[in-house]
Design a protein. Structure first.
Length: 236
């Protein structure tokens, strides 16, 4: 096993769809360069768009540069580690089953969508739909942990059934919508919380708007009573 370093050769004019996982570190460099990715609508080899080198002996990818237009990084990964020295595009860590992703910049929408296990850490900000279910699917994140050290957008943890999302800054609206389990922790403020929430727990340090269909309890609120929910919302 070895550490693979991947660097963009150019500034991308369209998005790249590349399911880059630590499994690539078990291949030799020439194999990695031939790994197929989409550049817009065109199927190309990874080596056409990125420089690929090997260093060390860990099952690890080091993505060095701006990957903000690269989608599906870490999709379905089950072990190993990815470190991104920059920002990432949409769907990073989708369906993730294990391992760790560290993003030193920002993350686009759908971070950790439907992830089952593992850990994602974002040093910057994240977009919308963190830990959510894809449209038409019944269940979002079911396990693992996502930590966002900055702010995040709307629809955090929609339909999540397990795991933990922690946001150290602020978040947007519709937090925990249709949530079925797991924990969301927001240290800052956010908008509307808990719509159609059935189970799980949301803890908030700052200001927030609670949908009116929650009942007050000794240490917070429970609901959403419209769906006979037993979710818990409380202050940190």
């Amino acid at each position: 096993m070895r550490l693979i370093v991947i660097k963009p050769k150019v500034e991308f004019v369209v998005t790249v769809e590349a399911e880059l996982t630590p499994d690539l570190a078990e291949k030799d460099v020439e194999e990695v360069k031939k790994f197929k990715v989409y550049y817009g609508k065109d199927l190309v080899e990874l080596g056409e768009l990125f420089e690929v080198t090997k260093e060390g002996d860990d099952k690890k990818l080091l993505l060095d540069g701006d990957f903000s237009r690269v989608k599906w990084i870490g999709c379905r990964m089950s072990d190993g580690e990815i470190v991104v020295k920059g920002s990432v595009g949409a769907n990073c860590g989708a369906y993730m089953a294990g391992g760790k992703i560290v993003i030193e910049g920002d993350a686009d929408d759908w971070l950790g969508a439907e992830m089952e296990d593992g850990e994602i850490v974002v040093r910057g900000n994240a977009g919308n739909l963190v830990g959510c279910a894809y449209y038409g699917d019944a269940t979002g994140m079911s396990g693992g942990k996502i930590t966002i050290e900055g702010n995040a957008g709307n629809y955090i943890g929609e339909k999540m059934s397990g795991g933990e999302i922690e946001i150290k800054g602020n978040a947007g609206d519709f937090i925990g919508t249709e949530m079925k389990g797991g924990t969301i922790i927001i240290h800052g403020s956010c908008g509307f919380v808990g719509g159609d929430m059935k189970a799980g727990e949301i803890r908030i340090g700052g200001e927030f708007e609670l949908v009116p269909t929650f009942a007050k309890t000794d240490d917070g609120w429970t609901g959403d009573v419209n769906v006979k929910g037993e979710g818990v919302v409380k202050r940190l």
